[in-house]
Design a binder for this molecule. Sequence first.
Ligand SMILES: [Zn+2]
Length: 142
Amino acid sequence: MVDYGNNAAGAAQREKGANSLSRNQAIVFDALKRDGNPMKAYALLERVKDEGVRAPMTVYRALSDLMEMGLVYKLDSTKAYSVTSSAASDIPVFLVCDTCGNSRMIGSEQLEEAARDSALQNGFSLDRLRIEVTGYCCSKSA
Ligand SMILES: [Zn+2]
């Protein structure tokens, strides 16, 4: 038996959070959402310059706030930032290339189920899950 109640509540909370962002937070969040793929802070700064957000500290502060709200996630492996999820049922899976450093986000319901079941079997109720997978997106040079 799988209880999705917590997940739905969490998603609703995250959605509510997205609607009450400050101007800078909204600009940074929208830029990340538009791109869809994880972005490093300096690339993000380039993206939001035209919208009047020019100070790196402003971007970092907005990112930090967004992470606290659960809207943005920072990848351990590449230090790139990504929106956590757009759909309530989507568990973000980040694919990170060891060769070129590119990363992108996909969603996987199968992985969510497996992780949720494993957690439950160990007496743990899963709230939020993110998965980082490292590997190769392009042909490895011999
Ligand atoms: Zn690659």
